[in-house]
Design a protein around this ligand. Sequence first.
Ligand SMILES: CCC/C=C/C=C/C(=O)SCCNC(=O)CCNC(=O)[C@H](O)C(C)(C)COP(=O)(O)OP(=O)(O)OC[C@H]1O[C@@H](n2cnc3c(N)ncnc32)[C@H](O)[C@@H]1OP(=O)(O)O
Length: 311
Amino acid sequence: MAAAPLRLLRGTLLGGLRGPQRLMATEAGAPEQLRRGFETLRVTREREHVLHVQLHRPDKRNAMNRAFWREMVECFQAIAHDSSCRAVVVSGAGKVFSAGLDLADVGSELLMVEGDDPARKAWNLRKKICAFQESFSVLEKCLKPVIVAVHGACIGAGVDLICACDIRYCSQDAWFQVKEVDIGLAADVGTLQRLPKIVGSQSLVNELAFTARKMMAPEAQSCGLVSRVFPDKESLLQAAVAVAEAIAARSPVAVQGSKENLLYARDHPVSESLRYMAAWNMGMLQTQDVPAAVQAAMDRKGTEGALFSNL
Ligand SMILES: CCC/C=C/C=C/C(=O)SCCNC(=O)CCNC(=O)[C@H](O)C(C)(C)COP(=O)(O)OP(=O)(O)OC[C@H]1O[C@@H](n2cnc3c(N)ncnc32)[C@H](O)[C@@H]1OP(=O)(O)O
């Protein structure tokens, strides 16, 4: 998908956007952090309510350096607070989705831990690991659905990242590798915790984590890691943006409430999740979005027939 020439967003927003637009300093509503931009991420507005976040170190195969781990948190916290954004597409710029941890930049940081004794070193290392975990947990904490589009290699921390996304698509050339054992560590930023809940086969997860073997796109689809496979990157991105647009056309109260409750249900027993749902909806069902959506359905206008305000 070729980037459209940059244009000022003001004035185009209400008409609806048809091509990616770099967020401009003049854009009303976008949080300051998104307008300033990032070193390792490129954020564009693809449609009126859809942002596209690209991992953007193509020369280094989007390897995740220190700036990346920090910027993921800044970026998705800003998106969480951007009420005009209702869905996000994540992809990788260049040849591959991501080569995972930047072994040159972050590898040395992990090996050199400060502290006067083993307990203090351990404590400082724990703080670092928790900070790394937050860089992907932030994708779940942001209630805007995140659709990830994977092409080419998705290695190590790349798998951790996609496991925290809500919808996973890939192209035919994609491959996935839980590579951490090959660099002497147990994957600690989400794969071991989330992947078993995604693919449903503990045996397969164990095999992937213990052997670091590559899993190609067809197997990733058959095991449920990705839900759709596309012939190439272009069709992949088109589909990812289209599904994001479909999500964005629906009530943000309903969509973001669904994400919150799906994640809650993943981590809690059914009875507890039902109680949480009831408490959630005793507030949220009072939204104007319900009568607006019901009226549009009765008028056979579909979702386009109802306009929902930002959340
Ligand atoms: C507490 C933190 C927890 C997180 C843990 C995470 C762990 C992991 O992610 S383990 C996995 C680490 N990653 C790898 O082992 C992948 C290494 N890279 C590759 O296998 C290949 O680069 C790849 C298949 C992705 C692409 O191959 P291609 O031929 O297309 O490119 P290259 O010529 O190999 O690389 C191009 C330049 O990118 C640099 N680069 C690639 N991967 C990394 C990396 N992981 N870290 C740092 N730099 C990387 C590579 O050095 C080349 O740079 P240059 O020589 O300057 O052109």
